[in-house]
Ligand binder design. Structure first.
Ligand code: FES
Length: 99
């Protein structure tokens, strides 16, 4: 299987598939994003550990730079709904910027 051409998409969604996030349901989160990504013109990429395990499952949306914790399929649906409206900063589980 070849890698997706990420340049064709407006966004990249990294879904952590590290061990701890997987144990907390990241596989279902990945499946939910794969079903809905087209709605926000995103390519979904499996990520290794993003070093915020205690907040997992973790997702990052670029170029918005939205880091999202505690993700579930239901939260993915809400994130896509808000993202389509341009409200990435209101998505459920938004992790405040780490300075
Ligand atoms: S396993 Fe997902 S952030 Fe570490």
């Amino acid at each position: 299987m070849s890698a997706p051409d990420v340049s064709r998409f407006r966004r990249r969604v990294l879904v952590c598939q590290g061990e701890i996030c997987r144990a907390r349901g990241a596989g279902a989160v990945l499946a939910a994003w794969l079903r809905r990504a087209a709605a926000v013109d995103a390519v979904v990429l499996r990520s290794g550990c993003l070093a915020l395990c205690r907040l997992g499952p973790v997702v990052v949306v670029y170029p918005e730079g939205a880091w999202l914790g505690g993700q579930t399929p239901r939260r993915v649906a809400e994130t896509v709904r808000l993202g389509r409206a341009g409200h990435w900063d209101m998505c459920p589980g938004l992790i405040p910027a780490i300075e």
